[in-house]
Design a protein. Structure first.
Length: 115
C-alpha cells in the first residue's frame, strides 16, 4: 500500500474537481501554510541577528568578505566566531586547503623516494 504525502492528502479533494484554477489556488494556499509552519519551527532552532552598517562600514565589510571569498552573512558570522574564539580568520580558506593538500602529496612522494 502506497503512503500519501501531506501535500497529496491536502490536495486530493482539489485534484478531484479537475479545475486548474482551483488546483493552482490550493497549491498556493498549501505552500503559504507550509512556509509559515516551517518559519515558526525554524525560528525555535535557528536564532537570527540583524545588524546595521553605515555606508563606509558596509563598504569595508563587503570588501573584506570578497577578499575572504565569502558571502557577507558568512563573513560576519565567521569573523565574529573567530574573534570570540581568539583565532585567526584565514582569507581564502579554499586556497589554503588546496596548498595543504599539495604539500601533503609532495611529502608523501618524498617519503616514497627515501624508501
Amino acid at each position: 500500500m502506497k503512503k500519501h504525502t501531506q501535500f497529496y492528502t491536502y490536495m486530493e479533494p482539489y485534484f478531484a474537481t479537475g479545475d486548474d484554477t482551483i488546483i493552482k489556488n490550493a497549491k498556493a494556499a498549501y505552500r503559504k501554510k507550509y512556509k509559515a509552519e516551517w518559519r515558526r519551527k525554524n525560528r525555535q532552532v535557528v536564532k537570527e541577528v540583524m545588524i546595521c552598517f553605515a555606508d563606509d562600514e558596509f563598504k569595508d565589510a563587503a570588501q573584506e568578505a570578497k577578499r575572504h571569498s565569502m558571502s557577507m552573512s558568512k563573513f560576519v558570522k565567521q569573523s565574529t566566531l573567530s574573534y570570540i574564539n581568539k583565532c585567526y580568520l584565514v582569507p581564502n580558506d579554499k586556497e589554503v586547503k588546496k596548498i595543504i593538500q599539495l604539500l601533503t602529496m609532495t611529502q608523501i612522494q618524498i617519503e616514497e623516494l627515501d624508501t
